[in-house]
Ligand binder design. Structure first.
Ligand code: 13P
Length: 246
């Protein structure tokens, strides 16, 4: 698995007509020096997987159910994501934690289900603004890592996304990002030993073409989980280029 990753999270955006953005990305980044992954809404996974076939671009899901199959109306299993052409799945995004009441145990169960079928779990952690203001950031991240991760470090990516930085245009300082990412690497080292060095650590929250380069230069930042700026190939392409150059 590539240690450096540019991941686009399309969230609840994207129709068939938007697949043209993927064609643009494909033609302009035919041999990226980093892993490039797009996580579209579930409705587009299979079509997007067809679009990127033969290219370096990978496709992922934004969530999965913890069960293998069964009576769960509206839900999607990890095997279904793989079957549709996904290689990764985002889990525990703060929007899922907030909108669907997902706690660390739920995220851990989903990560287990994803890894069991060979998907790489992109586990998201991050503090709210109130937790940041109370000086609890490191404790919150440690608790979320302890509760959300499985025992498998091989099919794992960790994304640090401060909730207050998502979609707001605000970001932590580079020093704060460095402190958090260094702390996460150390935490993973305690848990997984030498294998922790290979786990990609992504920063997410208002990553744009204008700030990607300086963020990618930060210690223990292996790439980004990008929301709004991943929707247009022109913007996401610049972020990929910044990661390639880092
Ligand atoms: P924005 O890049 O739009 O701030 O979103 C970040 C995010 O939540 C990615 O998962």
């Amino acid at each position: 698995m590539a240690r450096r990753m540019a991941v686009g999270n399309w969230k609840m955006n994207g129709l068939v007509q938007d697949l043209g953005e993927i064609d643009l990305l494909k033609s302009e980044h035919s041999a990226p020096g980093c892993g490039v992954l797009i996580c579209p809404p579930a409705t587009l996974i299979a079509r997007m997987a067809d679009h990127v076939a033969g290219s370096a671009i990978m496709v992922g899901g934004q969530d999965c159910h913890a069960a293998e199959a069964g009576a769960h109306t509206g839900d999607i299993s990890a095997l279904m994501l793989r079957d549709a052409g996904a290689s990764h799945v985002i889990l525990g995004h703060s929007e899922r934690r907030a909108d669907h009441g997902e706690d660390d145990a739920t995220v851990q169960a989903k990560a287990r289900a994803a890894q069991a079928v060979g998907l790489t779990a992109i586990v998201c952690v991050g503090e709210t603004e109130a937790q940041r203001d109370a000086g609890e950031t490191l404790d919150v991240i440690s608790r979320q890592l302890d509760g959300s991760l499985t025992d498998d470090p091989a099919l794992l990516i960790v994304a640090y996304e401060p909730v207050w930085a998502i979609g707001t245009g605000r970001t932590p300082t580079l020093e704060e990002i460095a402190q958090l990412h260094d702390a996460m690497r150390a935490h993973l080292g305690d848990r997984f030993g030498d294998k922790a060095a290979d786990i990609p650590l992504l920063y997410g929250g208002s990553v744009k073409p204008g700030n990607a380069g300086e963020i990618f230069a930060v210690s223990n930042v292996d790439g980004a989980l990008v929301g709004g700026a991943s929707l247009k190939a022109a913007d996401f392409g610049q972020i990929i280029a910044a990661l390639d150059a880092a």
